[in-house]
Design a protein around this ligand. Sequence first.
Ligand SMILES: [Zn+2]
Length: 440
Amino acid sequence: MSSKYWAPEIETLPRDELEALQLRLLRHTVHSAYHNSAYYGRVMRSAGFDPDSIRTLRDIRKLPFVNKKFERERQEQCPPFGDHIAVPNDRIVRIHASSGTTGVPTASVFTHNDIEAWKESMARQFWGVGMRAGDIYHHALNMSLFVGGLCLLGAERLGAAAIPAGVMDTNRHLMVIKAYRPRFIWGTPSFMLHLSEKAREAGMDPAGLSIRKVIVAGEPGGSIPSTKRKIEEAWAADCYDYYGIADIWAPCATECEEKAGLHVLEDYVLPEVIDPETGEQVGEGEKGELVLTTLKREGQIMLRFRTGDETSYEGERCACGRTHLRLKGITGRTDDMVIAKGVKFYPSQVEEVLRKIPELSNEYQIVVNRGEEYMDGVAVKTEACCGDVEEIRRRLEVELKSVVGIRFDVEVLPLGTLPRTMHKAKRVLDLRRGQMACPA
Ligand SMILES: [Zn+2]
């Protein structure tokens, strides 16, 4: 038996029934917050909020937003996990933490039931990209506090053989891939490109190795068509974008084999897309900030968590038959946005242009500086492995101007000049904020 779906009764549930299920789960979550969480209970009571007033999904708008700052404050005031937790501390069996890229890491805690639900939801996502019992899976995510590390348990749940490769020397990754012949791999987009470069340096064609399915997460690259294509061509594999966030749930959304957007696990998390300025929900197809509410998490309940990630959604049933709505990629982080020369842009727009030029390496940097007469100077540094450097430089200037709308000073450096990024790549250096320039 090999069904197309891991949980067909849920994944193909008609929208009205799915929304009825979400409402039941939301009401349960809100009640649990009211009765079991010291913080939510206190705040809701003092505001005169009645948990039974959640009668439709739209009633979620009665609840205030929370964010990273909220989590940090709760944990600082009530260490170690915060008083928003809806179980006694002795029911926690696992502690992860956010990556801490925007400050002190915040704890993400799980009960036994949370861990079981996590494995189940992760197995569904692996199944959705074609993994089956008997497959071999190379898990190239850091096995540490980082919540993505333990996602390999989902592969084991469906019967695949998981290799906890974690973060190690790239040559060792390649050795393990050659030895155990995994068909699946998961890493960040920049790591997958870096690994392909290292394979070639070692005299191997990555396309000739066993990898046929690549899952990427942790950076916008998986949502940038030209980056995705570059990964697919390098490995002769299909590349699927994945989205998870430690504060909410490890797996939140993944592409299916149609690669037509990331299906949200709508029975685990309730998504909203809002206008970041007004907080109002925006319509289908409109860009906004992703807000998520946990629906099955027992310990760390999050009601309307502002993720800071920009996306839009599509509600129409996917060609794969799943009814769960699809995010049309994660196009940027609201805190990643660069404002220079009076124009707002995301590093992902620059990356899209760079990836279309085959002579360029995978590395790049955007450097924003305060130029002459207080005008911002914006430079893009990249590397070419071959071709006419001056011609590439001119072509980049023209294309960046046309896509982003401002003039960039483009530097095309010799291969190997820029610092190498293994996992989450830091692409923007904003010297107006006093950051040090990397040696290049
Ligand atoms: Zn689909």
